[in-house]
Design a protein around this ligand. Structure first.
Ligand code: HPA
Length: 436
């Protein structure tokens, strides 16, 4: 609980973003819109405690048609960073069965809480589900939930007042406030996704690990936080800590979502590849600049909600140019040989390719082949992440180089182990030259 003084200081320093008058006008509009749709349905109105209590209290007297009223109560525990997991205190009761339900909430933020309410209400047999929110936060991210009635949009900042609390305080304010944006404190964090041959980052001084749940399920494993050359790093092993998740089964959406929730300055993916172009011999390191996607059946977008506006992303240059440049500069500083550019083909795996498939890829203009580059790069772009890849050539692709009749699988891990020394050296230089 905040002390009286702390609460007062927060309010004094905050910025008023919606006045009591604007909120009153908004409630009138919402009431009219809701009346149009639901006045003949005798809905059961559920208030989400405790944030929606002021909203519900002022909206209900303006809904002049028969309705019933009840409430639900749920929280997300865990810290603010992860959002945490849903914990029900009061679930929707039996009474929702066969009813048209209207849920009232103060704020639609990430949409996880309201999605959980909707699922529970429908699970308990409601005939139809509607929702009205006083505010919706402009998070810039796709959400698993859309409200039917939205009052006001609020910026992606900590807001409070009119039912919304700040550390438990100020639900009672008649207006809506946002905490003043502090000048950036701390330094930007690098995120590193390790692939085959890099299930952990040995140069990282680990501080802690954290399991992060996302609307898309669980990432490949806990995120590992720590420092490298005194810079903050978060590391995720794409195939899981024990290298148990095959490329087609990686939950790419959860992985990228979890990293994005930490607002990293850059995401650097390490991925092993087979070399097709003759200079891409085992052990070589490449910063690819193009991708062709041959994968299928993977969950490849966050924008697949049919209730959402159709969203396209530009993917002409699939990797972040600035992050690529940073990696190339770091390799130079680290004295590690690196190849600038090349077309990466993402194949489905987990089997390696046939020689004929590699011939076809070459005709398509491909230089190297791996199994994890997509949809990872596209999802990173959908989330606006600065993403680039260090490709590590593990072997000549099928039918190439010394692998005319087969790929010696046992050798791959030895090659990767050696090559990762260079990769770690580059990573250490990336973070330190970025910190300069
Ligand atoms: N093909 C596909 N993915 C790979 C290969 C390969 O030859 N080597 C390492 N990852």
């Amino acid at each position: 609980m905040l002390t009286y003084q702390q609460a007062q200081q927060i309010l004094d320093a905050a910025e008023s973003i919606y006045s009591a008058q604007t909120i009153a006008q908004t409630l009138q509009r919402l009431a009219a819109d809701i009346t149009k749709v639901l006045s003949q349905q005798q809905p059961l109105v559920l208030c989400v405690m405790g944030g929606a209590v002021v909203f519900a209290g002022q909206l209900l007297p303006q809904l002049r048609f028969p309705l019933d009223f009840d409430y639900v109560h749920l929280t997300r525990y865990g810290n603010e960073l992860t959002g945490g997991e849903i914990r029900w205190r009061v679930e929707p009761r039996e009474s929702v069965k066969d009813r048209v339900v209207l849920v009232l909430d103060d704020i639609l933020d990430e949409g996880i809480t309201l999605a959980a309410v909707r699922d529970k209400v429908l699970e308990n047999g409601a005939k139809a589900f509607y929702s009205a929110v006083l505010t919706e936060k402009e998070t810039g991210k796709p959400k698993p939930f859309q409200a039917d009635f939205v009052g006001l949009t609020v910026p992606d900042r900590y807001v409070f007042g009119f039912g919304m609390d700040i550390h438990g305080a100020w639900r009672n304010l008649p207006a809506i406030y946002a905490v003043k944006i502090k000048p950036e404190i701390g330094r930007a964090m690098f995120a590193i996704i390790g692939g085959s041959g890099m299930t952990q980052l040995s140069c990282l001084e680990i501080s802690h690990r954290q399991i992060i749940r996302t609307p898309y399920g669980e990432p490949s494993g806990p995120l590992t936080f720590g420092k490298m050359k005194n810079e903050d790093i978060v590391f995720l092993a794409r195939h899981g800590h024990g290298h148990t998740i095959p490329p087609h089964a990686v939950n790419y959406r959860a992985n990228l979502w979890a990293l994005h929730s930490l607002k990293p300055s850059h995401v650097i993916a390490v991925a092993s590849v087979g070399g097709i172009r003759s200079d891409l011999a085992p052990g070589r390191l490449v910063i690819p600049d193009q991708i062709i996607d041959y994968t299928h059946g993977r969950k490849f977008t966050y924008f697949d909600n049919t209730e959402q506006h159709v969203t396209h992303i530009d993917f002409t240059l699939p990797y972040c140019q600035q992050t690529r440049a940073l990696l190339l500069q770091a390799a130079k500083n680290a004295n590690e040989a690196i190849i600038d550019g090349g077309v990466y083909a993402a194949t489905q795996g987990p089997r390696l390719e046939t020689a004929a498939e590699i011939n076809r890829l070459e005709r398509d203009g491909v230089d190297m082949v791996g199994m994890t580059g997509m949809p990872e790069a596209a999802l990173a772009r959908e989330l606006g992440l600065n993403y680039a890849t260090i490709a590590v050539v593990a072997n000549y692709a099928a039918g190439r180089g010394t692998n005319v009749t087969g790929i010696p699988l046992k050798e791959i891990y030895m090659v990767l182990e050696q090559a990762m020394v260079g990769v770690r050296n580059i990573l250490e230089h990336v973070v330190s030259c970025h910190g300069d």
